[in-house]
Design a binder for this molecule. Structure first.
Ligand code: NAP
Length: 357
């Protein structure tokens, strides 16, 4: 029996997933894409997610099907359906509310596990507040910064420009138990602890963060998407009013803008999340080599948790069902993670880095 069948195994996320699952020796692996990847230690299968019969063959006899093919906006619940028909458990590197609802409506899923939003954001971005709440149960104010100077694959770029209100609300914040539209403005040319350069921080309250804020009883959440490159910001402004080419064209422009902003520089993607309250403050800092690396790591850790029986039957978002402490500890030793730490003072991370240098 195949332990994990990875769809999209030749992609930026899929390669990381496959490398990690192989290094953990979780059992036999299957690697699928339209042009199957040439990888050692996995059965290679040519499969098109738009072909139900091919997808059924790909999912057959797998304990877990992990989907990191995309764009997710095009594939929707196709892979989850085939996975349920094959009697396999399911993990998806993409999310959020719309995909969750579609996967929850898949027939034949009863008694099985399905975990969506098993990536960086949504995914790790929701796990960090839960990790901080474990350190600081009386925390009431949350601040998050997520982003960097990073690649967008064309696939990820198309998904990124396609987000709608089922993902979140630009400029909104969480205040006293509710989403307040227009509460925050962009911050330009700001220094954020643990980020190596001045950045632009765009306020964005995701549905994931709002869910967590409600669940943790937080009073206030300010959350920002962080961009270091000017061209990416310009591409995102243009994407907010897509023209003739629609999301596909806007995604292409974002993909290219990210390459230009990266020219001659190392990609990075960081998350800096602070929870504070009467008991003090704690900051979770994750510094990484890129969003694809973090997403692949979270997706692989989720598949391993499902294989181990650590996730009960049902449909879940990864951030609400993974153990935050154990997952964070495992994430810290993944190849794409440069630093994963919880500190009392976020500024201390920069001082520590300077000491190390
Ligand atoms: N949650 C997060 O933070 C986060 C971050 C990054 C990415 N993601 C998501 O992760 C997914 C993968 O992104 P990526 O950057 O890894 O994309 P990518 O590098 O373009 O890889 C896509 C993979 O899917 C395969 N594929 C595409 N269409 C297919 C089809 N119809 N049937 C079978 N395989 C197909 C591709 O191979 P072939 O072309 O040979 O088929 C490739 O292996 C996307 O859904 C993206 O939105 C999530």
């Amino acid at each position: 029996m195949t332990a994990v069948a990875v769809l999209g195994a030749s992609g930026a996320v899929g390669r990381v997933v496959l490398d990690l699952l192989r290094s953990w020796d979780v059992g036999p692996l299957r690697a699928g894409a339209r042009r199957p990847p040439d990888v050692e230690g996995a059965e290679q299968v040519a499969v098109d997610a738009h072909d139900p019969a091919g997808l059924a063959r790909f999912c057959a006899d797998a304990r877990v099907v992990l989907n990191c093919a995309g764009p997710a906006i095009d594939l929707a619940d196709a892979v989850a359906r085939a996975s349920a028909e094959a009697g396999a458990d399911y993990v998806d590197a993409a999310g959020d509310d719309k995909l969750y609802a579609a996967v929850a409506a898949v027939p034949g899923g009863a008694g099985r596990v399905a975990v969506v939003s098993a990536g960086m954001m949504p995914g790790l971005s929701g796990l960090l507040p839960r990790l901080l709440a474990a350190h600081l149960p009386d925390g009431e104010r949350l601040t998050g910064y997520v982003g960097g100077r990073d690649r967008f694959t064309l696939t990820a770029a198309v998904d990124y420009v396609s987000v709608d209100e089922s993902f979140g609300w630009p400029s909104a914040a969480w205040r006293d138990g509710r989403v307040v539209p227009g509460a925050l403005s962009p911050l330009t040319d700001v220094s954020v602890p643990a980020f190596p350069e001045p950045v632009t921080a765009q306020p964005y309250l995701s549905t994931e963060t709002a869910r967590l804020a409600a669940g943790l009883g937080l009073r206030q959440v300010d959350w920002y998407s962080v961009f270091a490159g000017e061209r990416v910001l310009a591409a995102l402004r243009a994407a907010s009013r897509p023209g003739d080419g629609g999301h596909r064209r806007a995604g292409e422009l974002l993909h290219r803008a990210a390459e230009l902003d990266l020219f001659g520089q190392q990609p990075y993607q960081h998350l800096v999340v602070t929870l504070d309250g009467p008991g003090g403050a704690r900051t979770a800092v994750v510094r990484s080599t890129g969003a694809s690396d973090l997403t692949g790591t979270v997706a692989a850790l989720t598949a391993r948790a499902v294989l181990a029986g650590a996730v009960p039957p049902g449909v879940w978002h990864a951030a609400e069902v993974l153990d935050p402490v154990a997952t964070f500890t495992e994430l810290a030793s993944a190849p794409g993670v440069l630093l994963a730490s919880v500190v009392a003072d976020a500024a201390a991370v920069d001082e520590y880095e300077e000491d190390v240098i």
